[in-house]
Design a protein around this ligand. Structure first.
Ligand code: ZN
Length: 423
């Protein structure tokens, strides 16, 4: 039995996964990102270090276990920590200090299973390491929207916020506590403990009475970043340049002053893409700048920005995913009657495959009727029919599985004739 929150991916869904991954690779290539595949399994320390011990991911959701060697290992709950570890471990910071990496693959979090949230889920992400330029922030967002556009997903919203540097966040924390502490009794239990652990997380609370208190906060200015007064001139300038670069790329966005993101490592720019089709938990992808992470994992001070997007969430936003079902897995299926025809069919199978055509064939000596049923099940567009009569005439019958029409073609012309049908 499958474990809770895991999925077998096949049929149309597998084709959608393929479509998404193919699009992602194409877009990353255009933007100059290289693939970096990190292990699914890492030392637990990497994630507690990178994500912060106070985060839900580390506290409640990580799959971790004691390896026989005595080391505590974990299945990766996200992609950024592993990329930064690999960046340092492979000396990219010395040999190629400015890098653009992308990754795609499964992530693991022990969350309560619900629609679009799995315990083994898939993410596509990108990281730009080695620069503090606000243009890199805009580039990350542009790459993300380009991927959505490539997939034909429309109607999404880009949300943007400026969190300030770690020091600025620290200064703003006092403002937040001064506001929330006197009304702590009116906040939910979770938020009360957030006041102690990470007051920023109060903004993530979905409870109505907590949200009401948040919405009345005097420091929230419409269309302005979260902490206008505490921001340094440099952070203000950074944010302005990100906005200008987005505008130059033709990307519209909305400033969302209460968007803080769940992980501790974000600094300055954070962003999120939401889609109405996802309901209450409407984030499709998100990211931001994390200028302290490389340093905190033992490297030199290194600016960095990245994003991740959930593949299962993308699936929910795809237009006409059923189109994937119409794509033909095996374009041609060879169906034969009699031993001589089987051998000629088998020879043809090899010839066509060598020529790069997608062909399948039944080897079990089934009846013509069940071979045709198989062709249909495998979503073949054409059946190639061969019997003794066809063999003596050195021809084969080509049946269009959609229209049912048949034609006779010379066996010697098989490759060139069938290639024409795939155009
Ligand atoms: Zn709350």
């Amino acid at each position: 039995v499958r474990l809770k929150g895991t999925e077998d991916i096949f049929g149309p869904q597998a084709l959608c996964f393929d479509r998404i991954e193919t699009s992602a690779r194409a877009v990353f290539k255009i933007f100059g990102f290289e693939e970096l595949r990190t292990p699914y399994l890492e030392s637990k320390k990497l994630f507690t270090h990178a994500l912060g011990t106070g985060t839900d991911v580390v506290q409640k959701e990580m799959y971790e276990f004691l390896d026989k060697s005595g080391e505590v290992v974990a299945l990766r709950p996200e992609g950024t920590a592993g990329i930064v570890r690999a960046y340092l471990e492979n000396n990219f910071h010395k040999t190629q200090p400015f890098c653009r990496f992308f990754y795609l693959g499964p992530m693991f979090r022990r969350e309560r299973p619900q629609k679009g949230r799995l315990r083994q889920f898939h993410q596509i992400g990108a990281e730009i390491l080695g620069g503090e330029s606000p243009y890199s922030d805009a580039e990350a967002i542009h790459c993300l929207t380009a991927l959505l556009d490539h997939l034909g997903i429309s109607g999404y919203t880009v949300k943007l916020n400026m969190l300030g540097t770690m020091d600025e966040r620290q200064a703003f924390k006092k403002t937040l506590l001064d506001y929330f502490k006197p009304q702590a009794a009116a906040l939910c239990e979770d938020c009360q403990s957030r006041l102690e652990k990470n007051v920023y997380r109060v903004f993530d609370c979905k409870k109505e009475f907590c949200r009401a208190i948040v919405s009345r906060a005097p420091f929230l200015v419409p269309d302005a970043p979260l902490l206008p007064r505490e921001l340094s001139a440099r952070s203000h300038e950074h944010f302005d340049l990100v906005r200008k670069a987005l505008e130059k790329n033709g990307i519209s966005y909305r400033i969302e002053p209460t968007m803080v993101r769940g992980l501790d490592y974000y600094t300055r720019t954070v962003f999120e893409i939401t889609h109405p089709r996802l309901g209450a938990q409407d984030a499709l992808g998100a990211g931001g700048r994390y200028d302290k992470l490389v340093e905190s994992l033992g490297g030199p001070a290194t600016g960095a920005v990245g994003f991740a997007i959930g593949v299962e969430r993308l699936l929910l936003c795809l237009e006409a995913p059923e189109d994937a079902d119409k794509s033909f897995v095996n374009f041609f299926t060879i169906a034969t009657i009699g031993e001589a025809a089987f051998h000629e069919g088998f020879r043809l199978l090899s010839e066509l495959r060598t020529a790069g055509l997608a062909v399948a064939m039944d080897f079990q000596g089934k009846s013509m009727k069940s071979q045709m049923r198989l062709a249909d099940k495998m979503r073949s567009r054409y059946a190639i029919i061969l019997g003794d009569t066809e063999l003596t005439r050195k021809i084969f019958v080509l049946k269009n599985m959609e229209t049912g029409t048949q034609e006779e073609l010379p066996l010697t012309e098989a490759v060139s004739e069938l290639k024409k049908r795939t155009l």
